[in-house]
Write a new protein. Structure first.
Length: 228
């Protein structure tokens, strides 16, 4: 038992490097089959497929099946938004710098105006996305689609008590939110206004507080007729 554990470090390091090589290849060349990736990396297609399936389980890659001739469709793999964290990104530093500049030049009043403008834009965009949804669950699913496209990796889970849990597993504005707490406070208000008066929305998990996700409990309000 001890001997096998002693080798786990170097093996894990080798595996991590191989997985990173696959990710880098998809980033550099774009959508690729496992066979194409194996050609770029000079390793077997079987080894590449093993890494790709593991990365798929972690939400880092996705695939489309493409028919090529009369044989079985080929899986064409591409990176998801979840893989962005593997690559340098100056947007976070830029956003934080802009927040500090706005605060220094215009004070907290300037920050409040900035947040108000962002909130108005979100409400308008989310309202359009949800306008055809005719149930609480469909509205939440439509909101999750929009937020996922924005990089939040959002999902909805129906609970046994009739409520819903709205989850976001990634925060693309985390650095900016740390510099400006009002951004997170406004997110909760945006959800409440977007989902409307038929539900209550409460935040139950918060990435900035150390949780692995942001989560919101969404409860339908019970309609009681007067005199009932």
């Amino acid at each position: 038992m001890t001997d096998s554990g002693a080798h786990s470090g170097p093996l894990d390091t080798t595996k991590s490097r191989a997985r990173r090589a696959v990710i880098d290849c998809l980033k550099f060349y774009g959508a690729q089959t496992a066979q194409a990736v194996s050609g770029h990396l000079a390793v077997t297609a079987m080894a590449v497929r093993q890494h790709l399936y593991e990365l798929h389980e972690e939400g880092l890659v996705s695939f489309d099946e493409v028919q090529n001739g009369l044989g079985r469709p080929a899986k064409v793999w591409t990176l998801t938004a979840g893989a962005n964290s593997f690559f340098p990104d100056g947007h976070a530093d830029l956003a934080v710098g802009l927040i500090h500049t706005v605060r220094a030049v215009f004070g907290e009043e300037g920050i409040d105006k900035l947040i108000a403008l962002r909130t108005a834009a979100q409400l308008k965009a989310y309202g359009r996305a949800l306008e055809k949804a005719d149930s609480i669950q469909s509205r939440l699913e439509a909101l999750a689609d929009v937020r996922t496209n924005e990089g939040y990796m959002a999902d909805v889970q129906a609970e046994d008590d009739g409520s819903f849990t709205f989850m976001e597993r990634h925060c693309p504005i985390c650095a900016a939110a740390q510099a400006c707490s009002g951004l997170c406070a406004s997110e909760l208000d945006v959800f409440r206004q977007t989902l409307g008066p038929a539900v209550t929305v409460e935040r139950t998990d918060h990435i900035l507080a150390g949780a692995k996700r942001c989560a919101y409990k969404v409860c339908p309000k019970i309609n009681r007729r007067a005199g009932g």
